[in-house]
Design a protein around this ligand. Sequence first.
Ligand SMILES: Cc1cc2nc3c(=O)[nH]c(=O)nc-3n(C[C@H](O)[C@H](O)[C@H](O)COP(=O)(O)O)c2cc1C
Length: 200
Amino acid sequence: MTPPRSIFLGITGASGAPYALGLARELAARDCALQLCISDAGVGVVAHELRLPGDDRESVTAAFLSAAGAQATVFSPADFAAPPSSGSAFPEAAVVCPCSLSSAAEIALGTSRTLIHRAGAVAIKERRPLVIVPRETPLSVVHLRRLLELSEAGAFIVPPMPGFYNRPESLQDCIDFVVGKILTVLGFPQDLYPAWSGLE
Ligand SMILES: Cc1cc2nc3c(=O)[nH]c(=O)nc-3n(C[C@H](O)[C@H](O)[C@H](O)COP(=O)(O)O)c2cc1C
């Protein structure tokens, strides 16, 4: 797959903001044009998990982008008039990371209650790469059914499950593993974790 030059990144209120931060940082390093939308619940979770100053959308978004060293076109989740709401202006790929199981269900059912859900719906109908990074545990049969529907619709389901075969030495190694997996399904080369070279 040719790596996308533009990406919509939706951040929801699931746990896992460090994955979103790592992804935004890596996309910026690849000169990928970023469109960013943080859900209402996501604003609070991002601020909490990343220990960012402020609690309002504007300051949390600015602090997130500063921490990532990234620039982005930023959208409100209520802005259905934003360009990524339309197939005619949609970027080359979309990622929802982390994706709450609530938002995963909305995207699977096609009920676009926020711009993030709408972006998921547009990616599916336009057959653009859509990466869903769902985070919840344990997963119920309801969650699993929605994730199966998304996979059947063509989405990549990339749960943040670090592998241990590369012998991570830090939490950052585990985060990098997940971010590397997301980059890989998008078609980017990555060196956040080494290719498997066999048992030692
Ligand atoms: C600190 C915190 C962590 C949360 N973690 C998760 C999670 O891992 N997965 C999940 O599905 N919901 C999680 N939630 C609940 C979601 O934020 C909630 O379902 C919200 O309605 C999701 O809306 P959104 O998808 O529009 O962001 C968490 C909430 C808080 C406050």
